[in-house]
Design a protein around this ligand. Structure first.
Ligand SMILES: [Zn+2]
Ligand SMILES: [Zn+2]
Length: 413
């Protein structure tokens, strides 16, 4: 195959994604990484792409967009409509007016790719792209590339982050079926080795969270990641009888999912600034605030402080809770014991609830998805090296026939 694959960033877990597909017709960059956490100098090593595809509006996939546009001002950028809307929040994040103006200028130029219709890739001869729902977060899309390779069409699927189970707002990924199959798949593997995730049922976790919120007598605080998780949680607790107030900062994100949330749930959400959120908690209300791991200085961490010693309060931790974060500290303390909260010991009176609303594919989904596609070559990215080797072995022991590559940054295929 004269089509080439090279990964500039994002083979490992937590490393932002930037992968390139190159053919004689041109170069397509799949996500653009982030200057902060990608390998140092990766943008300097990159060959100039003709088109950049942004799979979804998470910083580890779109973080370097402004840097790229500065380096290559004529670069064509493509994404789904919802991704473009969420990119404003992902890239801007309440920063200065001059950054906002740059973000606006870049966003206006992005070409919107509709769902499930092929579009040509400007500047890449003989190639086209189609967006397929990826689950994960609103707007997230897999890219199907069709590239002319000396009279034969090569098909490459880039999953970005995905999951096949339905969440509340975002439906699960569709598995694209093509006559003649797919030649290459570039697949994320974030949860490939997460045994707990493999046995979780999204619905059960969501129901348990809803019940805990409904039964709480006192204030409830839910720290969420801004893009994706906030809409899911708003949909979930918006369906309870509780009065819910959402941090004003999240309004723009939730607007994108307004239709999916439905007018009834939407009308039950109120938005407020820090002062109003505090008041709402004092009146035993439910608050959704940004800060999924209750990291220092996030809205969720600030609002949590007075609740920690309050025995009537409930603090909800979702998904990841690394040890050193506020979430990790809350989870490792016993009720009645002490929590180390920003250098100060605070007695834990609140009940702390941990629920995982996963939005990546756990191993069983990865195996089913990849077996269904049956690609000649599968490139595993975006997961620890151990997890990706584990998935490769699991696929092989299931009799998977295609080649499976555990990608290293800088390698070429
Ligand atoms: Zn993501
Ligand atoms: Zn990611």
């Amino acid at each position: 195959m004269t089509v080439e694959f090279i990964s500039y960033s994002g083979a490992k877990a937590g490393q932002p994604n930037a992968h390139m597909i190159a053919s004689s017709g041109g170069r397509i960059l799949l996500d653009c990484g982030s200057e902060r956490r990608s390998p140092p100098g990766y943008l300097g090593e990159m060959e100039r792409p003709d088109v950049l595809w942004i799979s979804h509006a998470h910083g580890d996939h779109c973080g370097a967009l402004l840097d790229l546009m500065e380096k290559w001002p004529k670069l064509v950028v493509m994404a789904t409509k919802d991704t473009v809307e969420l990119l404003r929040v992902a890239l801007d994040g309440g920063r200065s007016a001059s950054i906002s103006a740059r973000v606006d200028a870049v966003l206006r130029r992005i070409r919107r790719v509709p769902w499930r219709q092929f579009r040509s890739l400007p500047g890449v001869e003989g190639a086209r792209i189609m967006a397929v729902e990826a689950g994960h977060i609103p707007g997230a899309a897999m890219a199907v590339l069709e590239i002319d390779d000396g009279g034969r069409t090569r098909r490459v699927l880039y999953t970005g982050d995905f999951c096949t189970h339905d969440q509340i707002v975002v439906k699960g990924a569709g598995v694209p079926v093509f006559e003649g199959g797919v030649d290459w798949v570039i697949c994320e593997a974030m949860l490939a080795n997460d045994k707990e995730a493999d046995s979780l049922e999204y619905r059960k976790e969501a129901d348990a969270l809803r019940l805990a919120v409904e039964e709480a007598a006192g204030p409830v605080l839910i720290g969420v990641s801004s893009i994706g998780e906030s809409a899911e949680v708003a949909a979930l607790v918006g369906g309870t009888k509780k009065r819910v107030m959402v941090d004003e900062y999240l309004r723009e994100v939730l607007e994108v999912s307004r239709e999916a949330l439905g007018e009834e749930r939407w009308s039950k959400l109120t938005f407020g600034d820090r002062r109003r959120l505090k008041g709402h908690l004092s009146a035993d209300g439910v608050v959704i605030a940004p800060g999924d791991q209750y990291r220092r200085k996030t809205a969720a961490a600030v609002l949590a402080e007075p609740l920690i010693s309050d025995e009537s309060a409930t603090i909800v931790v979702l998904n990841r809770a690394r040890k050193k974060t506020g979430a990790g500290r809350l989870l490792s303390a016993r009720r009645g014991g002490l929590v180390d909260w920003q250098g100060r010991d605070v007695k834990l009176g609140a009940s702390v609830i941990h629920r995982r609303l996963i939005n990546h594919a756990p191993r069983w989904q990865l195996k089913g998805f990849l077996s269904g596609l049956g690609a000649e070559k599968t490139f595993l990215v975006h997961g620890t090296t151990g997890a990706r080797w584990g998935l490769k072995r699991a696929l092989k022991s299931d009799g998977f026939e295609g080649e499976v590559e555990v990608v290293e940054v800088g390698e070429r295929w």
